[in-house]
Design a protein around this ligand. Structure first.
Ligand code: NOJ
Length: 532
């Protein structure tokens, strides 16, 4: 069995985790100091967001040197120290690789601009002529707003960027680009990386003819497309040939290096080819990101995902790109309970669950005043801004920044959090989201040997996730009403609870077993183990 098949991951948004040198930006020194916290939750792997030298136009997802460490985060020596401390604590290390685009400050792009068409580095990016009547080559739009094309008058050509103009897309039809990334992966694997999270993995190639995308049926007839969602992405995303790139990577880095992709395509059927046949091991499960709390629909989407690609998911509730899960789930104690019940459901499925930093605390969005917004997406469209999920981790109760930095000012200013959202408070409390998460992960680990074989869905009321995998069953009532779930009592014996959310003390949410049925309070979950 490969390590990720039984692992739980933890995403560290490095800028906001812990600041070791007092400059207000999280860094490797700070992270090393807090690895004990991560290990104490009971996770097995740390995914760390991009730390490479970067102008930080998209906070590190604009890479200027794929083999270095930005001084704001430390040095290569600090990286090495991080890897060895993580490994000492039994944590695998997953790095974030950004292959779709570089920074416009990357030496390849600068050389292409300097030397022009036909020069050595020109073809490593996507260049096109203006449309016959003038203007951008086609109607493609950037995910971050505006056209996906920027004109360079000195060369009379447009270059493509799915994100900011400062993030030019690589041309993945170029063999040199392919070789470069294989080399980058080998570089970090040799320095101890156990896996890679692949940024926008579904968009590396474009249709070779660069045709207009059709307009979305959602767009008013006659209206001009202004937003990424106004187009059907037939030609800029999900092109044939992309999974083959990941097969190449797998061959290059060997069987022990884990590859999990940000394959943001919605339908599990579309994701399947990226996570089967020797391509990526998994994709994150984005099926719930854009969904209001809707238990029956959540259950349907999870079931469908498992049915379509049984072991192909990195189960997530949030990341540094979405509003925090507890906030999206309704906020307050209810949001925390819903999130924990959902985690109880996700923790027994094949695949690898990933917590986003702060989810172990049940954190809600941080509050960032309009004048402090920094995210390029938020500056354009406040409601879509990603700063609220990126505010610094609250470690201590006291202190202006809850112990995130000793320096004067954190890179992202936000309102102080209530005491109960801090690590210090939750460590001291008898019951807290942190303690519940630890108990859930401990129970998951204890039941790992029984959790083999495929998922067998159990009959359950609407809005309840209920399945057994051989000797272990996970039941999670996502609804706001108590329910009863039948669990067959087989000759081998009855089921005994190995875990119940908050020790079964969630509101009216006690978990009780009565004659082969389990009674679950509202917003609660349980792991059952077959008695020997
Ligand atoms: C996805 C990353 O998670 C996000 O933060 C970034 O802005 C885009 N990809 C572009 O790299």
């Amino acid at each position: 069995m490969s390590w990720w098949e039984t692992a739980v991951g933890y995403e560290v948004y490095l800028r906001s985790f812990a600041d070791g040198d007092g400059d207000g930006v999280g860094d490797f020194a700070g992270l090393i100091g807090k690895l004990g916290h991560i290990a104490s939750i009971g996770v097995d792997a740390v995914w760390v967001t991009p730390f490479y030298p970067s102008p930080q136009a998209d906070f590190g997802y604009d890479v200027a040197d794929y083999r270095g460490v930005d001084p704001v985060y430390g040095s290569l020596d600090d990286f090495d120290a991080f890897v060895s401390e993580a490994h000492r604590l039994g944590l695998k290390v997953v790095l974030d690789i950004v292959p779709n685009h570089s920074s416009s400050e990357h030496p390849f792009f600068k050389a292409a601009l300097r030397d022009g068409p036909g020069s050595t580095y020109w073809d490593r990016y996507v260049w096109r002529d203006a449309a016959p009547g003038g203007g951008p080559p086609n109607n493609w739009l950037s995910i971050f707003g505006g056209p996906a094309w920027t004109y360079m008058p000195e060369h009379g050509k447009y270059y493509m960027h799915l994100f900011l103009p400062a993030q030019p897309d690589f041309n993945w039809a170029s063999p040199e680009v392919r070789e470069e990334f294989v080399d980058i992966l080998r570089f970090w694997a040799a320095r101890g990386a156990d896996g890679f999270r692949v940024d926008v993995a579904h968009s590396l190639l474009e249709h070779p003819d660069y045709p207009d995308n059709p307009l979305s049926a959602k767009l008013r007839p006659g209206a001009a497309p202004r937003h990424f969602g106004h187009l059907e992405h037939l030609y800029d995303l999900d092109q044939p040939g992309v999974p083959e790139i990941f097969r190449e990577w797998r061959r290059a880095v060997g069987p022990d290096v884990y590859l999990v992709g940000e394959v943001y395509l919605g339908e599990p059927e579309k994701v399947r080819k990226y996570v089967t046949g020797g391509a990526l091991h998994q994709s994150f499960f984005f099926g719930l990101n854009a969904l209001e709390w809707d238990p029956p629909e959540i259950v349907r989407r999870i079931r469908r995902a498992v049915e379509v690609v049984p072991a192909g998911w990195g189960w997530v509730q949030g990341s540094h790109d979405e509003h925090r899960a507890v906030t999206r789930h309704g906020g307050g104690p209810k949001g925390v309970q819903r999130s924990l019940a959902l985690w109880t459901a996700m923790m027994g499925l094949p695949g690898t669950p990933f917590l986003y930093q702060g989810e172990e605390l049940g954190l809600e969005n941080g509050a960032v005043a309009a004048e402090n917004v920094l995210d390029p997406v938020g500056l354009r469209e406040p409601s879509e801004g990603r700063d609220p999920c990126r505010t610094p981790m609250p470690w201590t109760i006291s202190g202006e920044t809850h112990g995130f930095t000793d320096g004067a000012s954190p890179w992202l200013l936000s309102r102080r959090r209530p005491d109960h959202e801090t690590v210090e408070f939750q460590e001291a409390a008898a019951d807290s989201p942190l303690k519940s998460m630890r108990a859930l992960l401990a129970a998951r680990r204890e039941t790992v040997s029984g959790r083999v074989g495929p998922v067998r869905w159990l009959d359950a009321p609407e809005g309840v996730v209920a399945y057994a995998r051989d000797g272990v069953a996970h039941l999670a009532n996502l609804t706001d009403e108590p329910v009863e779930v039948e669990v067959e009592v087989e000759a081998a014996g009855a089921w005994a609870p190995a875990y119940a959310t908050n020790g079964g003390r969630l509101g009216g949410g006690a978990v009780r077993q009565v004659d082969g049925a389990v009674r679950l309070g509202e917003r609660s979950g349980v792991i059952l183990m077959k008695a020997p």
